[in-house]
Design a protein around this ligand. Structure first.
Ligand code: DAK
Length: 257
């Protein structure tokens, strides 16, 4: 029986999702991306899950889209395959997603990490968009998200040369939230996930939503989204509890609603 392309483990409201195609360095075939989108959407709907961690295992995050599945494709094949739709499903999730990166995050693998909300990386990790060396360019947000994350000049160099950033460089540039020893990546990602999972769940989701929206829209539109989400939180029991607990000088007991 063939191995599942995606592995899932849930532990105290944190779901660990692992890409499982190690022989191909987790190259993102359309089947794998489809399976990943379906898995993450199911976890996004699962009320027992607050935060998701995405890993590629101990030695690689993902070496990009599957070159062997793309090499002889025509524009019509690419159009009909419509992997863009699978990527859009990943970007439309509503719960925090943390990338736990060991080894290479190249091409689509780098774009997968960039699509997450937070990135924890091992010291030996590398982030790159080497598509230019294949005669193509980033196709899943890399040219846009890298420029926003690093500034246009550093992003331009990465995209035009195809040369990667080391994890320490990525950390110094603000792309990586936590830089840890390679064997501590999962533990650090889980710790970060657990901390966020303890926070009031609706506030976490609406704050995340406002931040992500703001990155993709104008300041005016972002402020409007912030205003709407901010007001909505006054309809949650967790807001009443959080403020009452502060005033009564006790620890808040959040219920997630
Ligand atoms: N695709 C397919 N197979 C891959 C692969 C990939 N991206 N990367 C590695 N593999 C396979 C290798 O072919 C090899 O398989 P066998 O020969 O054993 O069968 C196995 O994984 C081990 O790889 P290596 O032998 O090469 O391992 P090394 O440690 O020597 O090198 C490496 C590791 C990561 C430096 C090297 O594998 C490498 O350069 N890989 C390619 C990296 C790359 O160019 N990535 C960008 C791919 S293009 C789109 C959305 C997204 C995209 C496109 C469109 N739309 C929405 C339309 C994204 C495009 C890309 O990501």
């Amino acid at each position: 029986m063939s191995q599942p392309l995606i592995l899932v483990e849930i532990d105290s409201s944190v779901a660990l999702v692992t890409l499982n195609r190690p022989d191909a360095l987790n190259a993102l075939s359309p089947e794998m991306l489809g399976s990943l989108a379906e898995t993450l959407e199911n976890l996004d709907r699962d009320e027992s899950v607050r935060v998701m961690v995405l890993s590629g295992g101990q030695s690689v995050f993902a070496a990009g889209a599957d070159i062997k599945a793309m090499a002889s494709a025509s524009p019509v094949d690419i159009y009909l395959r419509n992997t863009r739709q699978l990527w859009q499903r990943l970007w439309a999730l509503d719960k925090p997603l943390i990338a736990a990166v060991n080894g290479v995050a190249f091409g689509g693998g780098c774009e997968l990490a960039l699509g997450c909300d937070l990135i924890v990386a091992g010291e030996g990790a590398r982030f790159g968009q080497p598509e230019i060396k294949l005669g193509i360019m980033p196709g899943a947000g890399g040219s846009q998200r890298l420029a926003k994350a690093l500034g246009p000049y550093r992003a331009m160099e990465m995209v035009l040369t195809g040369d990667p950033l080391s994890a320490p460089e990525a950390h110094a540039a603000g792309l990586v939230n936590r830089l840890v020893a390679d064997d501590q990546v999962l533990a650090a990602a889980r710790e970060l996930a657990a901390k966020i999972a303890e926070r009031p769940a609706v506030a976490v989701r609406l704050a995340r939503q406002a931040l992500r929206y703001g990155v993709e829209h104008s300041l005016r539109e972002g402020l409007e989204m912030e205003r709407r989400n901010y007001r909505l939180l006054y309809d949650t029991a967790d807001q009443k509890e959080g403020m009452a607990a502060f005033i009564e000088k006790r620890k808040a007991k959040f219920k997630g609603g």
